[in-house]
Each structure stands twice: as structure tokens, then as C-alpha cells.
Design a protein around this ligand. Structure first.
Ligand code: HEM
Length: 271
């Protein structure tokens, strides 16, 4: 099974290298490579988070053995994705990168996600589990949930209107986290009400847990979706800031930088 994970996870990279060798990376090669690596980061990250829900929902436990490998592949892809941004997008221009991280919420979220995933990758060995102790290790590795939320937010914030993929990933994440939350709440309730056999009490607890999970899931979804709606242009409202495209010929500009100046707008596209 691990060989299958290696094959599936290395395939997109091999394809990119093949496309590069064939000079077939499209009209905007940097964009194509950045986006392909970003897509695979989120896919593999969410796959690693799907292993435990599979056990909870269907009692299948063998995929748990693939969690670590998938997590490391997600980290590998985000490192490549980040490297393309550093080397090809900004060509090691550190002040420009710093400004980008501060100015663009989607970059801030991406960098935070990468930062959170780094200690997880560094402590993924059996030796580190022993050194940290099982309980501490598990506590530290809960950061993967925060990293996944930030990864999905990163995609929601950068996506243009009409692109549905980020919502699909957000939905998958909500389901994956919801299943865990429901399972955790069920176990907590079981512990708390151990000995209480009255079916009325248990029924009430189950209903409360269901309401709690539904409210949290809807809240999480709303919180993820809100910034996209908030940034969408609306008549009568100030124009949204310029975002969503890589800067090619200048450092990033914002509307604030252009205020009070005469601006010539030239539209062009490629395909
Ligand atoms: C866990 C962390 C991250 C995940 C899951 C992730 C995921 C993604 C995804 C799914 C996309 C869009 C792909 C598409 O449009 O098909 C994307 C685009 C992008 N990401 Fe990330 N990313 C992460 C971290 C980062 C970091 C650390 C940076 C750089 C500081 C970064 C910079 C970018 C850029 C520049 C784009 C392209 C934006 C555009 O073309 O308009 N990402 N990322």
C-alpha cells in the first residue's frame, strides 16, 4: 500500500518534470507549476486527515499506517510550492517577499500553514515520538488541523469568483473535522455519563452533541466563506484591493499606493 502512495504522490511531480522537459508548461509556466504544486499539497494534506475518519465511520484501520507518509508528502509539496514562490516569483527578493506576506492575507495564511507543518515533519520519526512522549507528541500534531484550515483559507482567499474547487476542499475539511469532533464528543459523553442508563438522558446527550457539531460545522464553513464574499466587488461599496494575479513587471501594488495618481489601465489576457 505504501508503494501505491509513493507512486500516486510522485506522479504529479514526474508529470511536471516531463512537461518541463517537453517545454509544455503552458503560457505561464510559473503559474502552472505553482498552482499544480499547491493543488497537490491540499489534496495530499486532506488525504492524510481522512485516514482517522475512515476508521471512525467504517472501522477500517489499515489506512492509519499511511498517515505519516501522506503528511510528509504534503510537506514535501508545500516546500516545493514555497520554493517556486521564492525562486521564480520573487527571485530571492526578501523585502518584496516580506511585503507580500504582510499585504496579502492568502500569502500570510499559506506561510502560517507551512510554519505549522514544519515542526510536525521534523518530529515525524519514531525516535521523536519516544523523546516527546506519546501524549505531548499527539498534542503537538493536532496543529495539523490548524494548518489544514489555513491551507483551505489560503485557497479560498486567492481564488477568483466562479472558481468552485476551494469550496469543495473547504466542504471536505468540514466533514473530516466534523467526524472527528462528533467522535470526540461521543466518547466524552460516554465517559461522563458512564453508569447512567436512562435512555432519556442518553438521547438528550446525543441530540446536544449533534446540535453542537452542526453549529460548529456551519460556523466554520461561514467563517471560511465570508472573506471571499467580503472581497467580492459590490456596487456602492469601495473597490476591492488588487489581488489574485502574480506581479510580473513590478513589486506588488495596492489601491492605497495608487490613490491620487493618474492610472492607465491596460487589460490583456493569455490562454
Ligand atoms: C499548507 C500550505 C499551502 C497550501 C495547502 C497551498 C495550496 C495552494 C492551492 C490549492 C493553490 C491554488 C491552486 C490552483 O489555483 O489550482 C495555491 C496557490 C498559490 N499559493 Fe499556495 N499553498 C500553501 C502554502 C503556500 C505558501 C507558503 C506560499 C508562499 C508564500 C504559497 C503561495 C501560493 C501562490 C503564489 C499561489 C498562486 C496564486 C495565483 O496564481 O494567483 N502557498 N496554493
Amino acid at each position: 500500500m505504501k508503494a501505491g502512495v509513493w507512486a500516486v504522490c510522485l506522479f504529479p511531480l514526474a508529470l511536471l518534470l516531463y512537461q518541463f522537459q517537453q517545454d509544455n508548461l503552458g503560457a505561464n509556466p510559473i503559474d502552472h507549476v505553482t498552482r499544480t504544486l499547491g493543488d497537490w499539497t491540499i489534496r495530499i494534506l486532506l488525504s492524510s486527515l481522512a485516514m482517522t475518519p475512515l476508521r471512525i465511520l467504517f472501522g477500517i484501520s489499515w489506512p492509519l499506517a499511511l498517515r505519516r507518509l501522506l503528511g510528509l508528502f504534503a510537506f514535501f509539496y508545500v516546500c516545493l510550492h514555497f520554493s517556486v514562490w521564492i525562486v521564480l516569483d520573487h527571485f530571492f527578493d526578501w523585502p518584496q517577499m516580506g511585503a507580500d506576506i504582510v499585504k496579502r492575507p492568502y500569502i500570510t495564511a499559506g506561510v502560517l500553514a507551512l510554519t505549522l507543518l514544519t515542526p510536525l515533519a521534523a518530529t515525524s520519526t519514531a525516535g521523536m515520538v519516544k523523546r516527546l512522549g506519546g501524549a505531548n507528541w499527539r498534542r503537538l500534531h493536532r496543529l495539523v488541523y490548524v494548518a489544514a484550515v489555513l491551507g483551505v483559507l489560503h485557497y479560498l482567499w486567492l481564488a477568483k469568483k466562479g472558481v468552485n474547487d476551494p469550496f469543495l476542499y473547504a466542504g471536505v475539511l468540514v466533514v473530516l473535522l466534523g467526524v472527528r469532533l462528533l467522535d470526540w464528543a461521543r466518547r466524552a459523553a460516554k465517559k461522563r455519563w458512564a453508569g447512567v442508563t436512562a435512555s432519556e438522558d442518553l438521547g438528550l446527550t446525543r441530540r446536544r452533541v449533534l446540535v453542537l457539531v452542526s453549529v460548529l460545522s456551519i460556523g466554520l464553513m461561514g467563517w471560511m466563506v465570508w472573506p471571499v464574499g467580503g472581497q467580492a466587488p459590490r456596487s456602492g461599496q469601495p473597490a476591492p484591493d488588487i489581488a489574485g494575479a502574480p506581479w510580473i513587471n513590478s513589486p506588488p501594488l495596492s489601491l492605497k499606493d495608487l490613490k491620487g495618481r493618474v492610472v492607465l489601465v491596460e487589460f490583456w489576457t493569455y490562454g
